[in-house]
Design a protein around this ligand. Structure first.
Ligand SMILES: [Zn+2]
Length: 354
């Protein structure tokens, strides 16, 4: 069986979870980091762009994040099986609220219905309409993919979704069946990541760019509905952790970056000393440039606001465009809204029990 992720699966598994949080690191117990509190006292920031100029925002509720980064005796689990199975009518209602008519059109699309039998996955795909991953449904509709289904993954349970060869020269997206009851928006975000890999060539660079768009898609959904971040499932904790990592990869001018931070931990007081989100990817070696596809081009056009953009590949140019344009996609108020949804201490709210 052709497994598209095979060459890199080990790296990705760890990039997704443990690579961010190298074990056996000195365990620090200070709650918020002295830098953050001192900075707040000195500068008394009020406006969103001022607050973003300060050090990394520490967590006020560590249970929102992966135990690999903020260890806990109570690790999160996947969403449990609901008492009564969700109906297609309920899914349509959710899709209509999340993605409007464009989402319902995805659910009614005959080609997509033929490729995706599980209505929860079809609804998940529909939730991507209108956000940064809005090219996902067209990608699944293309000849590259023969289907999307829940199942067990060849690379094991450390991965949430994977692209595998279907034996006929096309690819199938398999979403880890352990996650089948997660919020359809979260599953949509996983699909948005997977469609960026639509050939057998993969590099750490491609993975980093796919992760960055996955985080941005999550941020957009959380800004629209902050409660999405508080579902307490392991998938939410993972996305919260990487979203916090991106949000805290800021330069002293208050701008969020992918590739450079300010030399301070992006997960303050954690077991994971990482200074900027891409650090472990870069240290692993970004590897070769790989070819982009229409889904990447869609996301790059949305990100840059340049609909004339003719080509996008997984290369240094894409990384530079991402780094430059993240702050055009999300304004200071958006980053602060994300921080609030993740229950981070931005220095403005009363210090409730931490
Ligand atoms: Zn990937």
């Amino acid at each position: 069986m052709k497994i598209k992720h095979a060459a890199i699966a080990a790296v990705i598994t760890s990039a997704s979870l443990s690579l961010y949080a190298v074990g056996a690191i000195e365990w620090r117990t200070d709650q918020s980091g002295p830098g953050h509190d001192a900075w707040i006292k000195t500068y008394k920031p009020v406006r969103a762009e001022e607050r973003l100029k300060g050090p990394a925002f520490p967590p006020t509720d560590k249970s929102m994040f992966l135990t690999q980064v903020y260890p806990s005796d109570l690790p999160a689990n996947p969403a449990p099986t609901p008492g009564t199975p969700v109906t297609e009518q309920q899914l349509r209602k959710q899709v209509s609220e999340i993605a409007g008519q464009a989402g319902l059109r995805v659910m009614d699309d005959r080609t997509l219905q033929a490729k995706i039998q599980d209505p929860r996955l079809l609804a998940s795909l529909a939730t991507t309409m209108g956000n940064i991953s809005g090219g996902t449904a067209d990608a699944v509709k293309s000849d590259v993919y023969s289907g999307v289904a829940f199942g067990r993954l060849p690379s094991g349970d450390g991965v949430a979704a994977q692209v595998v060869g279907d034996g006929s020269g096309r690819f199938k997206i398999i979403v880890n069946e352990n996650y089948q009851h997660e919020d359809i928006r979260l599953l949509g975000i996983l699909l948005g990541h997977e469609v960026l890999h639509q050939d057998a060539n993969l590099s750490v660079r491609e993975e980093l760019i796919a992760h960055a768009f996955e985080i941005l898609a999550y941020a957009q959904q959380v800004i629209k509905d902050p409660m999405l971040a508080s579902q307490g499932t392991v998938l939410t904790c993972f996305l919260n952790t990487v979203a916090m990592g991106l949000l805290n990869t800021r330069s002293p001018d208050g701008l969020v970056h992918l590739l450079e931070g300010r030399g301070e931990d992006i997960w303050p007081a954690s077991s994971s000393p990482v200074d900027f989100l891409a650090q472990n990817f870069i240290e692993a070696g970004l590897g070769l440039d790989t070819a982009g596809n229409d889904a990447l081009l869609y996301s790059m056009r949305k990100l840059t606001g340049n609909e004339e953009l003719e080509e996008a590949n997984f290369d240094d140019e894409a990384l530079a465009l991402l780094d430059e344009n993240i702050n055009a996609l999300l304004a200071p108020e958006d980053w602060i809204a994300l921080a609030k949804a993740l229950k981070l201490d931005t220095g403005i709210h009363p210090r409730v029990a931490r």
